[in-house]
Design a protein around this ligand. Structure first.
Ligand code: MG
Length: 172
């Protein structure tokens, strides 16, 4: 029997780069800088994706979508999350809730938190009350030009355990 619940943890960081759009949780936020990276740099969606993949023991985001692969250049990070959700569904689990902490100096996340939570909830197919989002400033850790995301996710078993292969089927 599979465990009724599984927990996953994801962590990611991206450096701020001038002149590109800032996307966090699939929401474009007005700012002078965006997050660099091979895809759209969505640090929160990357951490959520890794948390979901980790919870089911799947390979991580960098293994499934190598940054060296030109196919993922500028990709919408929702694509990565969808793959993780597909694998989660096949494994017989659904999202229970997700909680996250962003660490960045600016912009202030507070005014956008509602939008981000709503969008993430929609992507995950859960209620907004099941999406936690906190934003902290990087006091004394020297990451003023980066955004960091920490995410935990709880999965709930949806499918019955697969039926055991009948003994006779195993005989030659
Ligand atoms: Mg990333």
């Amino acid at each position: 029997m599979k465990p009724a619940n599984r927990i996953g943890f994801g962590w990611d960081s991206h450096e701020f780069v001038s002149g590109i759009p800032l996307k966090i949780g699939g929401v474009t936020i007005p700012h002078t800088k965006g997050l660099g990276g091979h895809s759209d740099g969505d640090v929160l969606l990357h951490a959520i994706t890794d948390a979901v993949l980790g919870a089911i023991g799947a390979p991580d985001i960098g293994t499934l979508f190598p940054p060296t692969d030109p196919e993922w250049k500028g990709a919408d990070s929702g694509v990565f999350l969808n793959e993780a959700l597909k694998r989660m569904g096949s494994a017989g689990y659904a999202i229970g809730n997700v909680d996250s902490s962003l660490i960045l100096l600016s912009p202030k996340i507070g005014p956008h938190a509602g939008n981000i939570r709503g969008h993430v909830a929609k992507l995950l197919g859960i209620g907004v009350d099941c999406v936690g989002l906190k934003a902290k400033t990087p006091e004394g850790i020297g990451t003023d030009n980066a955004a960091v995301a920490n995410v935990v996710v709880l999965l709930e078993r949806t499918a019955a355990a697969p039926k055991k292969t009948p003994a006779r089927a195993l005989k030659k």
